[in-house]
Ligand binder design. Structure first.
Ligand code: ADP
Ligand code: MG
Length: 313
């Protein structure tokens, strides 16, 4: 008996059900951590393990939070602490991504993220403020050995959730969990086979299409989750470091599917900034595909996407 669970990716799980009869029910638990809504689903028999996963997530808040004064990242940004462990792995991957995208993905984007402060702001900053913040960014100044931030501050908002989702999946597999959905605010990792709904970026309560995915991660970046509007224009949370403004590439949403959630997370952000031609960035990673929905409604996929994932409307 094949069990397929349907979920909607991109921040909130709208519905969860098992489409076939099976001996054990699925349980979803929700919490708020890493500045986002977390939903974890497992078979009923594994549901106790969700508590362990939540504990793991809270531990990672003390590593990757940029605002918690006791976090490892906070300490590093303030010239304290050593570069090692999780932060070292994510930083070295982020620098690779920064190089691969010629700085469109830039792990030193922190001053611009702080200036735009999308959660609080009601009006855009001035061009002068943007230029000042932009001049404080630049991944090229970071060196790993010897370690130096070169006066820059790092922000792992575009990649840490993916890394953490991979870690939760690893810990589940070590505990012999065979079916799970780990959804960290739209960074989804699937253990087993599931129907995944991709949100319609023009009407986020609707499903644009559904695909069946097995043992992979699906991550969406879109401009419809964190933004403010001013004089009829939308200002969102994904910043183009080349201009200092929220990116305007004509992309409404990008969904990346990959065996690595960290890679999918970073790639979805990078493709969102660089636009449709950058879908070829997926070729740099194993078994990694993307689906882009453009603001004009055009849909673009990697060549193999259609072979691997049938789009069901
Ligand atoms: P979400 O956080 O909604 O899942 P993303 O994975 O696309 O979305 O990451 C957006 C976050 O990444 C921002 O909130 C910010 O912290 C960071 N960020 C914004 N612009 C860039 C950029 N050009 N390069 C790297 N990180 C960025
Ligand atoms: Mg991302």
């Amino acid at each position: 008996m094949k069990k397929i669970l349907s979920i909607i990716i991109m921040c909130f799980v709208i519905f969860t059900f098992s489409s076939c009869t099976n001996e054990s029910k699925n349980i979803t638990r929700q919490t708020f951590a890493l500045d986002t809504v977390i939903n974890i689903t497992t078979n009923e028999k594994d549901s106790e393990k969700i508590n362990d996963a939540f504990a793991l997530l809270r531990g990672y808040e003390n590593v990757f939070s940029r605002t918690k004064p006791e976090s490892k990242l906070y300490l590093l940004n303030n010239g304290q602490g050593k570069l090692n462990g999780d932060i070292e792995k994510v930083l070295s991957f982020s620098l690779e991504m920064s190089r691969l995208t010629n700085g469109a993905f830039d792990v030193t984007v922190a001053p611009l993220v702080d200036l735009w402060n999308i959660k609080e702001r009601k009006t855009p900053p001035t061009a002068e403020e943007i230029e000042t913040a932009r001049s404080k960014t630049g991944y090229e100044d970071i060196t790993l050995s010897p370690f130096s931030l070169g006066g820059k501050a790092i922000d792992m908002g575009a990649v840490a959730k993916g890394y953490i989702a991979d870690k939760v999946a690893e810990s589940f597999k070590e505990k012999d969990v065979e079916n799970a959905v780990i959804d960290l605010g739209g960074n989804v990792v699937l253990i087993g086979e599931f129907n995944v709904g991709i949100r319609n970026p023009f009407n986020p309560n609707e499903v644009f299409a559904t695909i069946t995915v097995k043992d992979k991660s699906a991550v969406t970046s879109g401009a419809y989750q964190r933004y403010f509007e001013y004089e009829g224009k939308r200002y969102h949370h994904i910043i183009d470091p080349r201009t200092g403004y929220p990116s305007e590439s004509g992309v409404a949403s990008v969904t990346v599917i990959s065996p690595s959630s960290m890679q999918a997370d970073a790639l979805s952000t990078a493709i969102f900034i660089l636009g449709k031609d950058s879908i070829s960035l997926c070729d740099n990673f194993t078994d990694t595909d993307a689906l882009i929905i453009m603001e004009n409604g055009e849909v673009i996929t990697t060549e193999n996407f259609d072979k691997k994932y049938e789009l069901k409307k």
